[in-house]
Design a protein around this ligand. Sequence first.
Ligand SMILES: *Cc1c(COP(=O)(O)O)cnc(C)c1O
Length: 482
Amino acid sequence: MSFDPVDWPAFRRLAHRALDEACDDLAHIAEQPAWRAVPPDVKTAIAEPLPRRGELLDAVYERYRVTIAPYTVGNRHPRFFGWVHGAGTPAGMVAEMLAGALDINTGGREHAAVYLERRVIAWFAEIFGFPPESSGIVTSGSSLSNLIALLVARNAHDERIRRDGVSGRLTAYASREAHSSVARAFDIAGLGSASLRDVAVDTERRIAIDALVQAIAADRAAGYTPFFLCGTAGSAATGATDDLRALAAIAREEQLWFHVDGAFGALAQLSASERHRVAGIAQADSLAFDAHKWLHVPYDAGCVLVRDATLHRAAFAGDVPYLGRSERGTAAGDPWYYDFGPELSRGFRALKLWFTLKTIGLDALGAMIGAQCAIARAAGARIAMTPGLHLLAPVGLNIVVFRSEPPALASDEAALDAHNAELAIVLQEDGTAVLSTTRIDGRLALRMNIMNHRTTPEDVEQTIDAVVAAANAGGSARFPRV
Ligand SMILES: *Cc1c(COP(=O)(O)O)cnc(C)c1O
């Protein structure tokens, strides 16, 4: 009485059909709206009672096909520019399916998946100029990577903290443009989000070095113990990248752990034209970055690298009898990933990284990143020249933040905020394009993240045209699909 199919040929037909339809969907994604709202009746249909009795796979697949598949967030679509989203790849999709078929737990033990993950980590160490003996772990994303890095740094500062908890005088530094996951890591780690000081930024929205030096000195004078400095490579709001070389020097001088949150911006390292922006990244003690953003590995996939593998392991390893290691047999394979992060059971994310990196190749990934930054700069230049549109920050990497400023609303900041918020929603609901919004110095901005490998320069042009058309229509009227 196993849970395997009674009728394997029928299962096989359904599985092939599901894969065929997933391929069709991807191959024709550009013909779909960029986003479709989930209709109320679909929400009702999803809210089913407990499934006491099993149904046929065909019936469950049919439910998936009509209630789930059409209503995605849209990140695979070429005119999806919201937040920071990768677009996935067909090869990554195949890897996800295979990982599911193998049903592997990579928390530890002796099996090939662990060796594959080590190889992927070693590739990234090489890409970022980390020493070959540094360590790392594939994670669910930079939120977890930032947390792991902080826990390693906390333990490196004082290894008694794992047992005794935190005493409350440790301080850390990041720019006020740093991602919310950094402050959240301090909260989760019990260090308190207030111990992470928000440092001012310069006109390029990079951490202001003099303000940073002053903040450290002020904290020391007040009896605090600075221990951690977080640089940002590619801020989520505008793509700004801190001067990582300057931060590395300050961290060395002040004896701080130097972490870089490079969720997407770190991958500028792959682009010959953009690499200079992240110069100094190789000097970090730890680096968080995502594979599900600029590498387009299907969600979820992130990574953290730690220069000192011994410190990395010391932050998580424990002596648990039933997780004991052996020289031979299934319990070999030391060290286990259990020793490098908070999870024991974890899936085989490294497989989709490996499939993606190997099938696309680093050269093409880097060329794509460079091309997207060039498209973003061109979009920024066009917006700066378009009457009624205004850039709100310099184009950092691939992100353009701007707003519509109709003369009728001139200097009414509340009305301008509402107008631009409405523009983003109108374009989304219409299915034309997805822009997200952010605030730049208090002003609501439209935000265009040009990251999708399916996006063409025409998609960007047409989206700016659509913003102008919607703004001219009053920001709330419907306008034709581009
Ligand atoms: C996306 C992002 C994060 C968080 O990463 P997740 O993969 O969403 O957990 C952290 N920092 C920056 C700069 C980001 O863009």
